[in-house]
Design a protein around this ligand. Sequence first.
Ligand SMILES: [Zn+2]
Ligand SMILES: [Zn+2]
Length: 263
Amino acid sequence: MSIKVNLHAHTFRCGHAKGSEEEYIQRAMQNGIEIMGFSDHMPFLFPNGYQSGYRVKVEDAKDYIDCLQKLKKKYEGKIDIRIGFEMEYYTDHFKDMFNYAKKLNAEYLILGEHFPSYEDGRFEYAGVPTKNEEALRSYVDGCIAGINSGVFTYVAHPDVFNFVGDKELYSSEMKRLCIAAKNADIPLEINFLGIRSNRHYPNPLFWQIAGEVGCNAVYGFDAHSPLPAYDGQSEEAAKRIIDQNNLTLIEYPKIIDIQGVTL
Ligand SMILES: [Zn+2]
Ligand SMILES: [Zn+2]
């Protein structure tokens, strides 16, 4: 089986990806991808003036969209290019972020909870190993609120939070996340970047829980360079996660068109 849809790719504008968009597209096309979505880290200027260094800069946002709209036209009929963002859910900023994405003419969003926020306004990368139980709960709360908002096409690397504390707590929290996704009919992404770079995700325990709950899964290449714009090498490992946990793989996820959503 070959993969036909990938909605997870970045561009050089986020500061940690390389190559031209067209190289990504060529690579995807040559390997039979039918629907290719770009979902770079959503630019956002926080009300306190803070602009994260790992996102697309606000001043580059228009260029990101313009460039992809041109390529979308250029490749029409050959490959279906979709223009989106990967975005966090922050209770206090969600509406503003969503409306900004919409104003930029983005078509879809995936939820990527990389930097859960803390009550004191701090942000910390979810991938840093931690035993902080409050942080785990806050990560899961953020994911669930994002899932229930109805605007996200899927949850990217739902297992990015690197909790190394009590396993039972981890399980019960992730079960909450999985049940929310199941109830909202939102798929969870098996992240190929995690596979190919041997990260702490995909997390076997997480996917066991997702399987028990009966969640749907999608594949996401999470390309930060042209080569993984088709990542066939990680497919076997991903397929094993699907099979071992009785997950349902959604090959053509339903893409939620954010232009049709009013908050
Ligand atoms: Zn991500
Ligand atoms: Zn990503």
